[in-house]
Design a protein. Sequence first.
Lengths: 457, 95
Amino acid sequence: MKIASKSLTAEKLVRDALEKAKHYADYNIFTFLDEEGAIARAKEIDTKIKKGEKVGRLAGVPYALKDNFLSPRGETTASAHILQGFTSPITATAVTKLEAEGAIMIGRTNMDAFAHGSSTENSYFGPTLNSHDKERVSGGSSGGSAVSVALDIVEFATGTDTGGSIRQPASFNGIYGLKPTYGCISRYGVVAMASSTDCIGFFTKNPDDMDLLMSIASGQDPKDMTTLPDYYNEESEQKAHYRIGIIKDFDNESVNSEIRTALETKCDLLKSKGHEIVELKMPSLKYALAAYYIIVPAEIASNLSRYDGVRYGFRSKNSEDLDALYNNTRSEGFMPENKRRIMIGNFVLSSGFYDAYFLKAAKARSLIIKEYENAFKKCDFILTPVAPNPAFKLGEKINDPVAMYLEDVMSVPLNLAGVPGLTIPAGETKSGLPLGLQLIGPRRSDKALIKFSKELI
Amino acid sequence: MDIKREDILHLADLSKFALSDKEADSLGKDLDNIIKYISQLDELDTDNIKPTYQVFEMENIWRDDEILEQDAKREDLLALTKEAKNNQIKVPKVL
């Protein structure tokens, strides 16, 4: 990525990014642009460079922030009506780390409200359009972030991935997107969706940029008790040849033929470089989506109970008593998909249904974890499609929640198991839509995964 | 299972939603489809399998019960609410 120096000022980098953001306004990428603030911070960095002072590894690099990261710059709304008017007094740890290295946030990006969705159509601000075809979805939930990088507005963007929200939009827009190992990057100051699967990650144009961002953002944070002690920056042993697993069980899912061809092409490429392809059987994976849509809504119902209109954000007017205030605020403030997930969550947690749904799903999760552990005894990494189809048309699935959920069938198993996955670009369809594949590794293999992805270029 | 109107209203109550009739109809249909989909887990044999709630099997770690410095000050937090008085947030009557 381009970093500010004496010959290339941070102000120029930031002004160019802002200009491009405005040029592509019709894609509905940003919920907020911080022109004044970004230029002021760029000038501070340029002054330091002029004086010969030390600047960070991301000096003057413009980036886009998904709208669910807390920062006092602009309202943090998670693209939801219920958070309108909320300007955060605190800053997410990930943002603090990036900005300490000189990165400059130019704006906040559009997303499915509370990250509930796979198309960014569930945003209170309307959908973000696909970078390659304006009639198609950008993917989701981090659609705005993906398109901001794909259209080359910014060098990188942040995302969150609870069930594919980084990997799928990266795939739909032809860029790199990483969901790290669970607990690798602090979630302090990020709007919670499902605490046992939520991960922070990035969108970049190449593996080296991803590696740089990971080396900066990863590590233990006393403010997030689920963060792991830093492992990312430890050097891992490099092998000359790797074994790559492909999952046979996915053949029966209705995967688009051009995606299957892209997978075969990449397998041939790996074989030509001396790597071995291993076939895996992972029969529990087909139940991952059902388990996911039990566990995650249960955690959503719990995490989203805090939005009551009392302490921050939107509050419904004219409520007679406190109970009406809660009911009116939540009814007016949440999108239909938020409501579906909260209600499903309360259903699977209800007495009488808890054992049949929530407990059953938690057991299925153990089986899925075991299958990954066994798979990684037979191979170093797994290569699969990210989603069964390339970007679909706007409006195509929005009225059919189950059809929308099925888009996540190949991305959610990783979140249940806590393993990392990296979307890599894999060409385009005949009609010019980007194709992507995901490279999956065992827990804590993030760095090796990013390094190995270069073999697929 | 077929989800009934009264189930939808009960779930709406647990979720603190005031639903219009139209909304209750449409959510009822969606929830019914979703529950049918997730019920396929019945096919999976999970006998003698322990559940997983957290992938790294972390346990609660207790710290001393002392007040730590917080990122946000009381005034910052009170400024976020619609109405505050005497360091308290004002809401409509409770009862």
